[in-house]
Design a protein around this ligand. Sequence first.
Ligand code: FE
Length: 185
Amino acid sequence: MTKPSVLIAEVERLFAERGATAYFGEPVTTAAHSLQSAALAERHGAGPALVAAALLHDIGHLLHALGEDVAEHGVDTRHEDAGADFLAAVFPPEVSEPVRLHVAAKRCLCRIEPGYFDRLSPASVRSLALQGGPMAAEEAADFLGDPYGAAAVALRRWDDDAKVPGADVPGLAYYLPLLRRLAGA
Ligand code: FE
């Protein structure tokens, strides 16, 4: 059993020690990208669990700490599963499952939303191919029927927009009380 306080301390350590890595070919660091995702979620009126999911959606990248350009080397790190499994030890599924599904949400949006693919960044297009490409129509319909499908799609949109160099957003400390509440720490 992971103690909530221990896991949250680990999140702080990962952001501090590994968050400064470049975010997979994007113009922001992984920490900046994560903090921007959370700020966008909050600005769009997301509830606490989805704000936390947005903040922590790429924690799997920090756990792996692979090079910033893994997708260019043809490696799919399955960071969404690593991150979701890590989070599920102390957070409710409303936090962990949108994280698990945020890559699938990209594949879903590519199928259901005209123009979505064209707005993806080059790094996102590269990783899409490794992640299985756009969903088939039936797979996309199933995905939207998942209890956490809609939350994952919302998270994905903030994820896609959270790549602005130098954006002025709250730091990790701002979210710690929210994380502690959600984890019962
Ligand atoms: Fe992301």
